[in-house]
Design a protein around this ligand. Structure first.
Ligand code: FAD
Length: 393
């Protein structure tokens, strides 16, 4: 089969890229190894309102609409609720179907149930995908363990990856409504996860209960942390005691910021494969779709100019989302350092700080803005503490 562009991987990144390329009139083939693209992708499922709005995601993909967050540090918890919806917890299979339909509506082809094993490039001419597809360019959108690594030689460091373990726990719709409602729950503290956090995201009648940590810091199986969280966390254990675990899964997530190796002659990398995930919130779907959109623009221009411009993708990606992801790394490292010194040292009783943390978690504000707005609060608190100390002396 001949195509202008083959996209390897039909997750949010690949399908968004495919949709944009097909809309622009290119002959696009998106290939996913699953019969239903992206089916069973391990995920908390929180799709922020900014992602819904920008990529016109159908509400039909939602398992639950989200209007707020609950954040716990140790055994202290605060809630922040909004008047308007801040996101949805999606069913990833439905999201995959929705995005695949959109590719097809634009005239693209989605090949289902085919695992790509080999991509080769004939210098200055064409690309071959598994010998079945001949195309002008390839978009790698195949997730964190992307085939692009064979072309680029990219290797993840252990400190650039997060390891996640999660349960899907059936508790019934009444319990979900009563105990979790329309809030996504985040839990922090050294006992929860080594350099990471835990989450409970409510679906319709079940809960996604997960723990994520920096891979380089995981010394004992993460499932132990997850089990301990479920059985013993003071704010959680009693709520989950009658739940039935119906699925357990583990997965890697990039926490690197945009990687160096995102493009070459006739190929680009998008989504998780390119490191497009926030290191502080773990939000990946929005950045995957954004990188897919940016990637499509770069491929299109390159197509029109005889494939001379794929190199410009790197700069655009870094400019449009790379800076936000770099700040997310800075913030993550700030909290890691603080934790090593014992505690975050933040006054979490401050309503303004609570709101800022929440805005960050639901993607209403970017990292840089949150840092800028939180800084005066943190400095003020430190000054007050110092003053109190001097008075006592
Ligand atoms: C436990 C966990 C919880 C998360 N929670 C959230 C959350 O709540 N909100 C959020 O925004 N993000 C979350 N993320 C991150 C988010 O899931 C990812 O960032 C996002 O899915 C990346 O999209 P992608 O299209 O780049 O890759 P993927 O979604 O991984 O899609 C890659 C696709 O490529 C296909 N594929 C792979 N190899 C091949 C091959 N060789 N041939 C053909 N097809 C192939 C796969 O079948 C898959 O469909 C979470 C991640 C994890 C691990």
């Amino acid at each position: 089969m001949r195509a202008d562009v083959v996209v390897v991987g039909g997750g949010p990144a690949g399908l968004t890229c495919g949709e944009h390329l097909a809309r622009a009139g290119l002959k696009v083939v998106v290939i996913d190894r699953r019969e239903t693209p992206n089916k069973g992708k391990p995920c908390g499922g929180m799709l922020t309102q900014r992602a819904m709005r920008k990529f016109r995601i159908d509400l039909e993909t939602a398992e639950r609409e989200i209007y707020g967050v609950a954040v716990a540090v140790g055994d202290r918890q605060f809630n922040v609720d909004y008047r308007e919806r801040v996101g949805i917890n999606v069913d990833r299979t439905r999201l995959g179907l929705h995005l695949a339909e959109r590719v097809e509506e634009e005239g693209g082809v989605v090949v289902r149930g085919k695992k790509v094993t080999h991509v080769s490039f004939e210098q200055g001419a064409a690309c071959y995908v598994d010998g079945d597809f001949k195309c002008e360019a390839v978009v790698f959108a195949d997730g964190v363990l992307s085939l692009s690594r064979r072309v680029s030689g990219w290797r993840w460091g252990r400190s650039q990856l997060g390891l996640c373990a999660q349960y899907l726990v059936e508790v019934g719709e009444n319990i979900v409504n009563e105990l979790f409602g329309c809030r996504n729950h985040f839990y922090y503290g050294g006992e929860v996860a080594p350099f990471g956090y835990a989450w409970i995201f409510p679906k319709r009648s079940s809960l996604v209960v997960g723990v994520g940590a920096l891979l380089s810091e995981v010394k004992t199986p993460l499932k132990r942390y997850l089990d301990q969280f479920v059985r013993s966390h003071p704010l959680v254990a009693h709520k989950l005691k009658d739940g039935k675990v119906i699925k357990f899964e583990t997965a890697l997530v990039p926490l690197s910021g945009i990687i160096d190796a995102v493009c070459g002659e006739r190929w680009i990398v998008v989504g998780d494969a390119a490191g497009a995930v926030s290191a502080i919130t773990g939000e990946g779907m929005y950045f995957a779709m954004e990188s897919g959109r940016i990637g499509a623009g770069a491929v299109l221009e390159s197509y029109e100019e005889g494939w001379r411009k794929t190199g410009e993708y790197s700069g655009r990606l870094r400019r449009d989302i790379g800076s936000e992801l770099r700040w997310s790394l800075w913030l993550r490292n700030f909290f890691l350092r603080r934790r090593l010194k014992g505690g975050w040292g933040l006054d979490l009783s401050s309503k303004r700080l609570q709101r800022l943390i929440s805005d960050l978690l639901v993607g209403r504000k970017g990292c840089r803005r949150v840092i800028a707005e939180a800084l005066p609060l943190v400095v003020l608190r430190a000054a007050k503490a110092r003053l109190g100390f001097l008075r006592k002396r």
